[in-house]
Structures are given as C-alpha cells and as structure tokens.
Design a protein around this ligand. Structure first.
Ligand code: ARG
Length: 442
C-alpha cells in the first residue's frame, strides 16, 4: 500500500497505526462538502492570482466530475481530503497539485464539518416541518375531541386533544429555531496561523454562501462549538420525540385505548399471534440515548484540548453523522405515526367524564361566586375525602360544606374546556387561535 504524505519519513507507518488514524469510514459522508470547499478555495486562488484561469478551470472541471460521479474512499489515502486530491490528480493531472496551496487539512476539515452540519440542519428542519404539519392537521381534524389531561400521569383536568398536539408543535417549533443554519467559514486559517500567501477568506466565505469568516485562525481550526450545538439541538428533538412516542405508546394500550395504531406502523410478536406492537415508537424512545450519549461523547472529546488543531478533533465527526441520521429517521417515524393514528374519541370522552376532573372547575366556580380560593379548595377537598363521585355525594354533605350541589350538573367535559378561556388555555376559542398561529409557523 502506497502511503500518502511520507516524504520526510524513512520508514512506512505501521499498518495498524495507519488504519487507526485513518477516517475514511466517516469521511464518506463528507465527500460532497469537501469538494464544495475545494471549489470555493480554487476560485479564491484564481482570484488572488495563484491559479491561472486555465488551471482553475481545469481544477473546477475535475472537482465537478467527482461531485457528479461520487467517490469511493480508499484507505491508503487516509481521509476524504487526500482521497479527493488523489482522484483529482487522476482526472486532471498535475494541476491537482496546486489546489492545496494556502490550505491545510485542518481548516479544510473544519469547513467540511461545518458544511455538513449546515446541510443536516436544513434537512432536519425540513423533516420537522412535515411533523409540525401533521400535528396541526391532526389537531384541526379533531378540534372538538376532549380527553383527560394529566399531571404526574394522574387525571387532572379535561383538555382538548388538539391542544395536546399543539403542545408538541410548540416544542418542535423551538427545535426548528435552534437548528437555523449559520455558517462561518474557517477556510484561510491554514494549519493554525494563517498564510503567507495573500488569501481572501471573505471571498471564499461568500462563494460558500457563508455568513462570514473567522476572526482568529487558531480558533477557526479548533472550534467545534457548532457541532456540539447541533448535537444538543438534535438531542432536544430526540427528547421531544421520545415524549411524543411515550404518549402514543400509552394511549394505544388496552388500559388507555385512546388511539389505535394501524397495521402499517405496528409489528408482530414471534410467539403471541395477537400482538400488534408499537415497536417503532419504542425505538424512537430508545434511540434518544444515542443522541444524549453522543453529546457527552463530543463534549468529552473537546474537554481540555490544548489550543490549535489536535487529532482528537477527528472524533467530533462520527457523532454528528450518527445523530443527524438517527434523529432524522425518528422524526420521519413520528410523522408517519401521528398521521396514521386513529382516535377512539368516544373512549377519550368517556374517560373525560371522570368527575374528579371537574374538581378544579367547581373550585373556580365557587371563586367566581366570591369565595376565597383557599376556602373553595378545602371545601371541594372535603367532598373528595368522602371517596364518592360528586354526583353520588348526598345532599346533606354538600350542604354541610356550604356548596350548592347543582354545581356538579353545570359541569361536563365540553363545558369544562369552555370555561378555560385564559390566554393559551384549553378552551376551543383559545385552541383555535393556537392552531392558527401554529399553521402560520409551519
Ligand atoms: N482527518 C483529519 C480530521 O478528520 C484531518 C487531517 C488533519 N491531520 C493532520 N495531521 N493535521 O480531523
């Protein structure tokens, strides 16, 4: 195996070491980003007169051919950068040797990963938009469905199912804002100290469609904050997805029976023929661990690095690639699950008839009649202490605590949600306005 970059060495590097330091497994995801970076760099070299028009055109033609054909990375060339350079040489000949002028693999890889992150941010936002659309569609299609709302996973107050869908929409909308791409080009930083060749990093950045370029060449090659931020943003997406998945998993149990997950999204058991399991959602929940683990992985890699480029930074690439892929797949799975799930609206309504869900309504009714809140709370508490449903509590007991028993007749699930007119609350009017806002954001 002919090894690259060995002219100063008297012996070849040990095979085990060579394989260990190579990064082609992960770098195959970076071919396009690497070539795009090289196209911008070549254009800059032409602009500052390092490349002739002809040489630049030749390099551009070769790089575009690589983009069109794709590239299988070879271990002997160690990483994506050397693979692209070697392939370019095969295509265009000696002009390929000019491309690396005023550049190091250190600023090159810093750019490749930034381009990859920007691309994945855009893909993730696209996937989240679809999820947000199915959440609002589901909310709109079932705008009048009531269900018990839970705190501590105990029945608390009646809510509109639509509001629950929109609560998830809010979380994913925040995720999208966190994932807004921002690209700062590190190209022109060189190995760490800039270049004696009069490079024009602003021109390169503009060619790349970046928002700007680095201020400090040492920081430019070692900064991986953007990768940590991306994985953090993806981890929050994964966490929100796990919460969504967990609810669907609970709701489709025989115990809840609020939703049915159709055959297209459930999977079978090898022994129990009746089982239709929500495996895909359990995996959405389960794969959250990967994102959080990769965040810790990346942060640990960065911790206590001395300034400048260190080869540890090579290990910042795989977490980004893995998390981007897994979380995007999970978003897609949840999009399908939400759009395909069927509501058992009658079961949800029947569960909303649990009279204790109206305890707070009764308290708030008494408050509206002029009773101090704490007194109202404790009076209704005394009724709860009887252990009976409100409708089964004898008249004398109501009288003893000084509440008109008719109050319970006033309350049903639809009225209960109707009462909650406060901004952002669960009343139909409020949920409709939340829905309108969410649709605009989609
Ligand atoms: N393959 C390296 C990486 O992914 C880039 C090469 C930097 N190597 C070096 N010896 N400076 O980070």
């Amino acid at each position: 195996m002919k090894q690259v970059l060995r002219s100063a060495f008297t012996k070849p590097v040990d095979d085990v070491i060579f394989k260990y330091v190579a990064s082609i497994d992960c770098d195959r995801h970076l071919v396009e980003c690497d070539v795009r970076g090289s196209l911008a760099h070549a254009a800059m070299l032409e602009k500052i007169g390092v490349l002739t028009v002809k040489q630049a055109a030749n390099i551009k033609r070769g790089l575009e051919q690589i983009l069109a054909e794709g590239l299988m990375l070879r271990l002997e060339h160690e990483d994506v950068h050397m693979n692209v350079e070697k392939r370019l040489e095969e295509i265009i000949g000696a002009d390929a040797k000019l491309l690396h002028t005023a550049r190091s693999r250190n600023d090159q890889v810093a750019l490749d990963l930034r381009l990859f992150v920007a691309q994945e941010q855009a893909h993730m936002v696209e996937a989240l938009k679809k999820l947000c659309t199915v959440l609002t569609d589901k909310a709109a299609a079932h705008a009048d469905v009531v269900m018990p709302g839970y705190t501590h996973l105990q029945r608390a107050q009646v809510v509109l199912f639509a509001q629950v869908m929109l609560a998830f929409h809010e979380a994913f909308a925040r995720d999208m804002a966190r994932l807004a791409p921002r690209l700062i080009s590190p190209l022109g930083a060189g190995a760490l100290a800039g270049s004696a060749i009069p490079v024009d990093p602003a021109f390169t950045a503009e060619k790349l469609g970046a928002q700007g370029f680095f201020t400090n060449s040492i920081d430019a090659v070692s900064d991986r904050d953007f990768a940590a931020e991306f994985i953090f943003a993806c981890s929050l997406v994964a966490i929100h997805l796990s919460q969504l998945a967990e609810n669907l998993i609970l709701w489709c149990t025989a115990e809840f029976n609020f939703v049915k997950l159709p055959d297209e999204i459930t999977t079978g058991s090898s022994i129990m023929p009746q089982k239709k399991n929500p495996d895909c959602l359990e995996l959405v929940r389960g794969k959250t661990g990967q994102s959080i683990g990769e965040l810790v992985n990346l942060l640990t890699t960065l911790k206590a690095l001395p300034f400048g480029y260190n080869r540890d930074l090579q290990e910042t690439k795989p977490p980004v690639v893995r998390v981007a892929e897994t979380v995007r797949d999970s978003v897609e799975v949840c999009t399908i699950a939400i759009s395909k799930m069927e509501l058992n609206r009658e079961v949800m309504r029947a569960a909303s008839l649990d009279e204790y869900l109206f305890a707070t309504d009764i308290v708030e009714y008494l408050v509206a009649q002029g009773m101090p809140f704490r007194d109202a709370h404790s009076k209704v508490g005394e009724l709860v202490k009887t252990g009976k449903k409100f409708s089964e509590i004898p008249l004398e007991t109501w009288k003893q605590v000084g509440i008109n028993p008719d109050v319970v007749q006033l309350v049903n699930p639809e009225k209960s949600v109707e009462f909650r007119q406060s901004p952002g609350g669960t009343s139909p009017a409020s949920v409709l306005s939340q829905l309108g806002k969410s649709k605009i954001e989609n």
